[in-house]
Design a protein around this ligand. Structure first.
Ligand code: GTP
Ligand code: MN
Ligand code: MN
Length: 602
């Protein structure tokens, strides 16, 4: 018999109750469980996962109250080719998204959902993206048959009874349905990581719904993150006049004690989590973290843009994270209460991944569950293995993290991985030029051993996989934000590139903590205290204006890293033109910036 919502639901929200009933009737779970997000519930769920051999409890001394999961080897990342924007019209999804008609997609997925939760419990997971006491809190409810998803949502969002209570009887919420697509027949044993070869990650931007099927993995299954806080929220932001962006948020304090807020959009694996928790190498400067992946920016009463991190945890790439690159991320996870997925296990019941330490442990269990030694030809941790950890444990968390109004943004940075052409830092002339910088944001695949040139891929505002509607309309929205604001109140826009390489293929700029020098130059520019040279690609540091005191860097390399080279930029023009052709309907204000670039280069 199928479970029903019953009399015991902890809410009188009629729309929510009816929807839970409707989804349960379709998916046919054995039971329905309303999640309250309490510590007791966490303990019950994690105990249950460990007892069934699905999760491994880590060594309590190394990582207290922390759990380790191995996914099915086929279910390790976001599935972009199975991600759909189901807007009413195909034009609504635009040239960069997969589109399906909403009714057709719902038909297809309803067939998959029919009975898909048999033998399982359907968890009702109420959550809020951003502080619950915001003026216009953004609620969601995820219905899922995965306990891994429930405990991950507890870390990544404000989840449970408080969110449900704040939803009252009638507050709107985003309806999120998730199933691993692995029903259990009577008496059938579960597997460690249930999932299905058929996968759909579907978004219905007009009706603010998310339907996910077949995957248990982070970006496909924790629907508050990329699906809601970027794809659906970008559509909300477009309608309501704000911005939902793939950006870190950090607070920088100068030696004079003045605070600045910087948001930065870099494509995946291009350093957001690193920069968000930066330890400055220059004396007197401090960085505090507000977020490492997503920023929602709205206009405050004073006409400035205020940023809020809608998330409540970090879902960070594990490999490459260590005390030498991101000590604050290490301290955050060492406080425990974390989930690790597809990393390697040490014999002491702790986790390990490539480049966590400067030595490789003698013996490990790899992410496939097989014995591993340094002689092995495979990596011990999957390259996309992740840690899921509460942001409250970050030792440099900003005091404003829970401020529902957010923090006023002084500067926006766009960046990418470019071996050539793009200087270390360049300031845009104005908002539209900055929007052009974002629209043409690009990242390069690394050159092959044979020395082949890296392939440049455009990733507008680092949002290519996350814009929940037509990318041309998205760029127009950025232009409109600039038009509707007073220019001197808007954040100043910069482009940065930590990844420029020498002829020998070595990074010219040391990066990581030394990036504080670039942040210093940026805020000195805001104050009018740093000299720059105007170039067609923006204003770059004049000789001597970037603080390199105490940095042992060959001046020739510094000059290489920061230079503007007209010949390189001339080669960039056809690539930008090709990209704009692909977009098809780029706003006039952005096309005008391309024309200016051409003229200035001529
Ligand atoms: P998502 O979480 O997937 O959105 O990506 P992210 O932008 O947070 O990426 P992350 O910070 O995890 O990027 C890590 C990669 O960037 C690693 O390969 C780092 O070594 C590299 N990286 C980060 N900062 C720097 C830097 O300043 N210089 C260089 N050379 N590499 C860097
Ligand atoms: Mn990250
Ligand atoms: Mn990301």
């Amino acid at each position: 018999m199928t479970a029903t919502v019953g009399q015991n639901a902890p809410t009188t929200h009629a729309d929510l109750l009816a929807w839970v009933e409707e989804v349960a009737a379709l998916t046919k779970p054995d039971a329905i469980r309303w999640c309250d997000g309490s510590d007791a519930e966490w303990k019950e769920f994690t105990d249950h996962l460990v007892d069934r051999g699905i999760a491994t409890r880590l060594n309590e001394e190394a990582k207290p109250n922390s759990f380790y999961f191995r996914s099915d080897p086929s279910d390790v990342a976001r599935v972009e080719d199975q991600t759909f924007i189901c807007s009413e019209t195909e034009a609504g999804a635009g040239p960069t998204n997969n589109w399906a008609a909403p009714a057709e997609m719902k038909q297809t997925m309803s067939e998959l959902y029919d009975g898909c939760m048999k033998g399982r419990t359907m968890f009702v997971v109420p959550f809020c993206m951003g502080p619950i006491d915001a003026d216009d809190p953004k609620f969601g409810v995820e219905l899922t048959d995965s306990e891994y998803v429930v405990i991950s949502m507890k870390i990544m969002t404000r989840m449970g009874a408080d969110a449900l209570k704040a939803m009252g009887d009638d507050k709107p919420f985003v309806k999120c349905i998730h199933s691993v697509g692995y029903p259990l027949a009577d008496g059938q044993d579960d597997v460690a990581w249930p999932c299905n070869d058929t996968k759909y990650i579907s978004h219905f931007p007009e009706t603010r719904e998310i339907w996910s099927y077949g995957s248990g993995y982070g970006g496909n299954a924790l629907l508050g993150k990329k699906c809601y806080a970027l794809r659906i929220a970008s559509a909300m932001a477009h309608d309501e006049g704000w911005l939902a962006e793939h950006m870190l948020i950090l607070e920088l304090t100068s030696p004079e004690g003045k605070k600045y807020v910087v948001c930065a959009a870099f494509p995946s694996a291009c350093g957001k989590t690193n920069l968000a928790m930066l330890e400055p190498t220059i004396p007197g400067w401090t960085v505090k973290t507000l977020g490492d992946d997503i920023a929602w920016m709205r206009f405050g009463e004073d006409g400035r843009l205020y940023a809020v991190n809608p998330e409540n945890g970090f879902f960070g790439v594990a490999p490459g994270t260590g005390y030498h690159t991101n000590p604050n991320a290490m301290r955050t996870i060492e406080a425990g209460n974390s989930i690790f997925t597809n990393v390697a296990l040490t014999p002491y019941g702790d986790v390990w991944w490539e480049e966590m330490t400067d030595f490789e442990p003698d013996s490990l269990t790899d992410w496939h569950g097989k014995p591993w030694t340094p002689e092995a030809e495979v990596k011990a941790a999957h390259p996309n293995s992740r840690f899921t950890t509460p942001i409250s444990q970050c030792p440099i968390l900003s005091d404003d993290f829970n401020n529902p109004k957010g923090v006023p943004v002084d500067a926006i940075l766009f960046g990418g991985r470019r071996a050539s052409t793009v200087p270390l830092v360049a300031q845009s002339r104005d908002w539209n030029h900055g929007t052009f910088m974002g629209a043409t944001c690009s990242s390069e695949t690394t050159a092959a051993a044979t020395g082949a040139v890296g392939v440049v891929r455009r990733d507008p505002m680092a949002m290519l996989p996350f814009i929940g509607y037509n990318a041309n309309d998205y760029l127009q929205h950025w232009v409109n934000i600039g038009e509707n604001a007073e220019a001197d109140k808007l954040p100043k826009i910069f482009f940065v590139n930590w990844f420029r390489k020498s002829q020998e293929g070595k990074f010219l700029w040391p990066g990581f903590g030394e990036n504080s020098r670039v942040l210093e130059w940026i805020v000195r520019r805001l104050e009018g205290d740093a000299e720059a040279i105007d170039t067609p690609a923006g204003a770059i540091p004049a000789e001597g204006s970037l603080n390199v005191e105490g940095l042992s860097l060959d001046p020739a390399k510094l000059a290489e890293a920061t230079k503007f080279d007209a010949e390189e930029w001339k080669k960039e023009l056809p690539l930008i033109e090709e990209w704009f052709e692909k977009l098809g309907n780029v706003p006039d204000a952005i096309k005008a910036e391309l024309d200016k670039l051409k003229q200035n280069l001529a």
